[in-house]
Design a protein around this ligand. Structure first.
Ligand code: ADP
Ligand code: MG
Length: 477
């Protein structure tokens, strides 16, 4: 029997629900209504243009995966948008909407074919025939420009070094340029901005942005397909190579070797290398020494948490770009309440805009306060292995080096096992990477540690207290 439009959509929704968090699901996917199904085209209705654009920008891959799974390989998605008078037509919505009296708005359907297989999808650079230099897609996001990157004390050095590099790639002493800092602080944005600016200044230069993970995957594929030489040659002819999140190279020796080879070639030939990492080079574990020492050849610049003023400026810029007006004291309230990182700040703003757009409510202080409250509560702080180790060492009053050493002394083994146990419980790291960061142990050791802790906390009263105390310190901090 053929599936109905509702069947197809419900199946897709289930897949989506498994892949996003609850808040995101209810904000962005619940309001979508399935409308009709014609062979392999499903039409869904979304509440506004803003909504459609947001989906396109953030969830296109997920939607594509969900629809192809529930419908067919060459499924297409068409949006129908309920156009509201208040929005004007194709203009960016301004969010000051009349909140009283819901008018019956004429409903128009605008069909926007989703670009399935769309250009944002990262193409494997190797499919380019003959490795023609000019044809390489830089994989840069033009929205991540210097223009859109707000300067503040938190990023001044990194920004100005990046700017200098973009004026003279390969020609400054900032080679490699290493940008590091915590999540959501602008590393990826700034790395793209440098690439975009170089492309602008030197259109003939080959710029390539690639995540370290993607690089690793391509390398593994090249081994499998017996094309490692092509892989190396491809990377060796890039003029400006941007590799994002190099911490993910840690523990991957073969990838590090090949990157080392490429790095040397590029550096010797005066090509620019830009790297980002979620921690300082000295703190990168599982990385070959010879590679680390090269990371330190150029400049390492860190990105820090933005202060209040910078946060206000960032929100102001985003709103300005979207053509949305909100009162200044509301902007300040949001900036004041959300100080963790810029990604969360943006996330909160977007939720507020979405709420107001969906419920046709004006953005008032009251609405913002209730949203921000929810947001601050619902975002669970990210706990890192480093943080766990620090708390455990503080608790047992022992130096961190001892925890990471090979010592088999009982108290130290116990502290190490507790660190592993909590790392497994509270972070998303794999057993292998936990082991690696807790004194270079393998995944079996971590597994054993988790079992031991589970056993001991049932049988040993004092040990149970350790677990409870640590649990409190880690989750209430
Ligand atoms: P990271 O790579 O460090 O985790 P991103 O570069 O992805 O962080 O930044 C997270 C979000 O914050 C992005 O949407 C980015 O555009 C925005 N952002 C970061 N820094 C700035 C800044 N200085 N000005 C404006 N937006 C910023
Ligand atoms: Mg990033």
């Amino acid at each position: 029997m053929e599936k109905s439009v509702n069947d197809v959509w419900n199946e897709a929704l289930q897949f989506i629900q498994d892949n996003v968090d609850d808040q995101c699901y209810s904000t962005w996917f619940e309001p979508i209504k399935p409308v009709k199904l014609q062979t392999n085209i499903i039409t869904v209705q979304v509440p506004s243009k803003f909504f459609y654009e947001y989906l396109e920008e953030h969830y296109i891959q997920l939607l594509k995966a969900a629809i192809t799974k529930s419908l067919s390989q060459d499924a297409k998605l068409v949006y129908s948008i309920v156009l509201e008078n208040a929005y004007g037509n194709a203009q960016a919505p301004t969010m000051k909407l009349p909140s009283s009296g819901r008018k019956k708005h004429p409903r128009q359907s605008v069909n926007m074919p989703m670009k399935i297989g769309n250009e944002k999808e990262i193409k494997n650079p190797f499919v380019i025939p003959g490795l023609q230099k000019l044809n390489i897609d830089s994989q840069l996001n033009p929205n991540y420009s210097f223009e859109n990157f707000i300067e503040g004390d938190c990023n001044r050095l990194a920004r100005s070094a990046g700017y200098a590099v973009s004026k003279n790639p390969g020609g400054t002493s900032f080679n490699p340029l290493m940008l590091y800092g915590g999540v959501g602080l602008g590393k990826t944005h700034l790395a793209h901005a440098i690439g975009v600016e170089i492309k602008d200044n030197y259109p003939e230069k080959t710029v390539l942005y690639v995540s370290a993970e993607k690089f690793t995957q391509q390398f593994i594929d090249s081994i499998r397909n017996n094309t490692k030489n092509d892989f190396v040659h491809f990377y060796q002819m890039i003029d400006v190579l941007v590799i994002d999140d190099v911490q993910s190279f840690s523990g991957k020796e073969k990838t590090q070797d090949v990157f080392f080879e490429i790095f040397n070639h590029l550096h010797q030939n005066g090509k620019q290398i830009i790297l980002t990492s979620d921690r300082a080079p000295v703190e990168l574990q599982g990385m070959e020494q010879r590679l680390l020492s090269r990371f330190k050849w150029g400049l390492s610049a860190d990105l820090q948490k933005p202060g209040l003023e910078t946060r206000v400026a960032i929100l102001g810029k985003k709103l300005y770009n979207d053509g949305i007006e909100i009162e200044q004291d509301i902007i300040e309230y949001i900036a004041y309440s959300i100080n963790s990182n810029i990604r969360e700040l943006e996330g909160a703003l977007i939720s507020i805009l979405a709420q107001s757009s969906l419920n046709k409510k004006q953005i008032t202080m009251e609405l913002v306060k209730s949203m921000v409250d929810k947001f601050v509560k619902s975002t669970t702080r990210e706990i890192s292995i480093d943080f766990i180790q620090k708390v455990v060492c503080d608790y047992f009053d022992m130096p961190l080096e001892l925890l990471k050493s090979k010592t088999r002394k009982r108290e130290i083994v116990q502290a190490r096992q507790l660190s592993m146990y909590f790392s497994k419980q509270l972070t998303k790291n794999s057993l292998a990477s936990i082991g690696q960061q807790c004194g270079n142990k393998d995944h079996a050791t971590v597994l054993h540690a988790c079992r031991t802790v589970n056993n001991l906390k049932e049988t040993d009263k004092r040990f149970r207290t350790y677990v409870d105390d640590l649990q409190k310190r880690l989750t209430l901090a």
